[in-house]
Design a protein around this ligand. Sequence first.
Ligand code: BTN
Length: 265
Amino acid sequence: MPDDRFTYDSLRRALGQQPFRFYERVTSTQDLARDWALSDPDLPSGALVIAEEQTAGRGRQGRAWHTPPGAALALSMILRPHLTPDQLPRMTMLGGVAVAAMLSPLLGDAVALKWPNDVLIRGRKVCGILSEATWEGDRMGPIVLGIGINVRVDFAGTDLEGRATSLETELGRPVDRHTLLANLVGHLLHWSRRVQDPILIDVWRGWLKTLGRRVTVYPQLDGGAAFEGLAEAVDDSGALIVRLDSGEQRRIIAADVALVETSQP
Ligand code: BTN
């Protein structure tokens, strides 16, 4: 395993002037970033919380996200975009596009996004993105964009084996997490200045491997039964448009989606 251990000084060298806080061990970088953002109204957009290990990392739908020490990138970026609540899916798009742009020079078209927020390498999940808004009454405050990348997490023998992967496994060589982090932050800052720009949605669409595929949808909001259909499109608000075999079209805002494997002739 390469010695790319994070320290405050090593991160300062990698990140230049970018404001950040570094912790060896936290519950979740999301919680620390949220507290930091709410306690300091002058904190600039783009400030980061980075941890070497998370003991209660979380993903969508309250699922656990595993961050063993020295094996991953776990960070939360504090952003202050001028968005309305219905535009919030753009934050997840921003995260996905930034991670895909960071990975694609290393892995080319092996990299893809799966709606709504997974980054895949050769069909296996390497990164998850969690966007959480803060609220002051009914006013939306700063957004905390959490990104977790498996760099050398070992999934062998776990129930995620086969579905999750690590960057070094896919590359077949070691990578330096400082370089990855610096690249990722560059892409995040680039796209954070373009959250209002329709180009973000177009670029996100271009990375989505879900489109044109048959999918099984497991609805989250209404607790309805799973159903299958063709993922036809994503609309400008980030919703997935699925055509059922009956011809009915459904607009999906929150769900888990599995790609249906079709056997090749
Ligand atoms: C998902 O795939 O459901 C999203 C996973 C997001 C994980 C990252 S790791 C950094 C940040 N801190 C957390 O507790 N979660 C996010």
